[in-house]
Design a protein around this ligand. Structure first.
Ligand code: FAD
Ligand code: DHB
Length: 390
């Protein structure tokens, strides 16, 4: 099989890239190891920055997002028995965020691609990428008993943090920067109406907790757990009682309901440099991971493919190579800003085992500063809603 751009992975990065290229008249084929059903129901991120929302709308895949997404104008930081609101519009010139499940973005993109006769090969796992330093790279894949080859002009490695594309870059050409955080998040989706309209990030002596949502009927909540914990140790009652303890506030109560889904996510940072080698371009989680506290992973995936689609369009339309050559450097500026913001939010809000009273007082001092100083609140707000230029 032959196409112009071979895309590995039908997550938000791969699907949006395929769609943006289609709008530029560029052909692509997406190979995805999982089924359509699986990727459309994988519960993950939920916070979309202002920029990605505008991009999805402009690209004609934002109608349901506008209808069903929940626009939020602030978040609450809860600590020391009080809630403190950070107001986004007044701190960022009118910007806000939208809460809309990542799997809904994925559904909207798959529908748009298939409606335009786009080719997505589901249950087709890429085995390897060859010839990335030639002008005719190819993706080898297996779909059922069939082994196929996809030859293309460029390969986009959008295959997430466990994908194979990163491995196609020779070890000597690549530097990996990594950091593990000494905790994980246990996340649930519950048939429980949100107890507040906005997200609550809670700092508590028992550990961090986050109150989020997906709709007026469905809550999405997280608690900090030890990094080696499994779901076996967390029956539903324990999850709710921990959420109740960490989110507790006088005059406020947390609504419980049946848990529909639960999972544990490690908290880590990882950045590959460069994110391009020859004709292979990495995008999204294949290139970088952020700890979830800053809600940046999905947004970075969108930011990468916007840059990549523009660079590929300039190459196909005008033979320009400069934007492709700058792809890695352009994306990495935003990536490192997001890594810093995510590390900062993570450090401020979690309990670190081994920390004593001194470190905890530093965290509280920082939280009070963020809530009390307009300059500090602006730092949080402008990063959270997404910086226009980095
Ligand atoms: P993925 O979504 O991982 O997609 C990669 C795709 O490649 C997958 O479909 C995979 O099946 C496929 N694939 C892998 N290997 C192969 C192969 N060999 N061949 C073919 N296909 C392959 N981010 C935010 O911005 N905001 C949030 O609020 C947020 N919350 C999160 C909460 C949780 C619990 C988790 C886990 C993540 C969260 N994130 C958040 C991060 C966000 O979900 C990821 O950053 C996002 O999924 C990245 O998209 P992607 O397309 O790069 O990768
Ligand atoms: C959600 C996830 C996050 O990582 C975050 O920081 C905020 C919200 C969510 O899934 O809703």
């Amino acid at each position: 099989m032959r196409t112009q751009v071979g895309i590995v992975g039908a997550g938000p990065a791969g699907l949006l890239l395929s769609h943006l290229l289609h709008l530029e008249g560029i052909e692509s084929v997406v190979v995805e190891t999982r089924s359509r059903e699986y990727v459309e129901h994988r519960v993950r991120a939920g916070v979309l920055e202002h920029g990605p929302v505008e991009l999805l709308k402009q690209a004609g895949v934002g109608a349901r997002l506008v209808r069903e997404g929940l626009q939020h104008h602030g978040i609450e930081l809860r600590f020391g028995g009080r809630g403190h609101r950070i107001d986004f519009p007044s701190l960022t010139g009118g910007r806000s965020i939208t809460v809309y499940g990542q799997q809904e973005v994925v559904k909207d993109l798959i529908r748009a691609r298939l409606a335009a006769d786009g080719r997505i090969l589901f249950e087709a796992g890429a085995l390897g990428v060859d010839g990335v330093d030639s002008s005719a790279p190819l993706v080898r894949y297996r779909q059922g008993d069939h082994e196929g080859e996809l030859s293309c002009d460029f390969v986009a490695g959008c295959d997430g943090s466990h994908g194979i594309c990163r491995g196609a870059i020779p070890a000597g050409a690549l530097t990996v920067y990594e950091k593990e955080y000494p905790f994980a998040w246990l996340g649930i989706l519950a048939a429980a109406s949100p107890s507040t309209e906005e997200l609550i990030y809670a700092y508590h002596e028992r550990g961090f907790a986050l109150h989020s949502m997906r709709s007026p009927q469905i809550g999405r909540l997280y608690v900090q757990v030890r990094p080696d914990e499994t779901l076996d140790g967390w029956p539903d009652e324990r999850i709710w009682s921990e959420l109740q303890a960490r989110l507790a506030l006088e005059g406020w109560s947390l609504t419980e309901g049946p848990i529909l889904e639960k999972g544990i996510t490690a908290m880590r940072s990882s950045v590959v440099e460069p994110i391009q080698y020859g004709r292979l371009f990495l995008a999204g989680d294949a290139a970088h991971i952020v700890p979830a506290t800053g809600a940046k992973g999905l947004n970075l995936a969108v930011a990468d493919v916007r840059v990549l689609a523009e660079a590929l369009a300039a190459w196909y339309r005008h033979g320009r190579t400069d934007l492709l050559e700058r792809y890695s450097a352009t994306c990495l500026r935003r990536v490192w800003r997001a890594e810093h913001f995510s590390w900062w939010m993570t450090s401020m809000l979690h309990r670190f085992e081994g920390d004593g009273a001194f470190e905890q007082r530093l965290q509280l001092a920082q939280l009070r500063y963020v809530c009390g100083s307009r300059a500090a609140a602006t730092t949080l707000a402008e990063n959270y809603v997404g910086l226009e230029s980095v």
